[in-house]
Write a new protein. Sequence first.
Length: 93
Amino acid sequence: MKAIKRPGHPLIAAPSATGLDVRSIRLSASYIGATQQTFSDAIGVPVKTLRNWEQRRRTPTGPARVLLSLIARDPWIVFDVSNDQRAERQRRN
């Protein structure tokens, strides 16, 4: 397999928390889970946290902001990665 040539140090800007509409991200990725509970389970946060983000009482920070930005860009990314990890665990066992 040929390696992908990438720059030595990627420049990554942190996604803006103000531009994230968490509710619309959840609804656009409905195959992950249209309900707050199933979506929060899929991304690994408590449902209370998700509700706070959707009602704009809190804003996502750190890794959650990055994950939500990835889901907004390509909702299948969570499904693909989680299935790859599950398949790898099964191969090891």
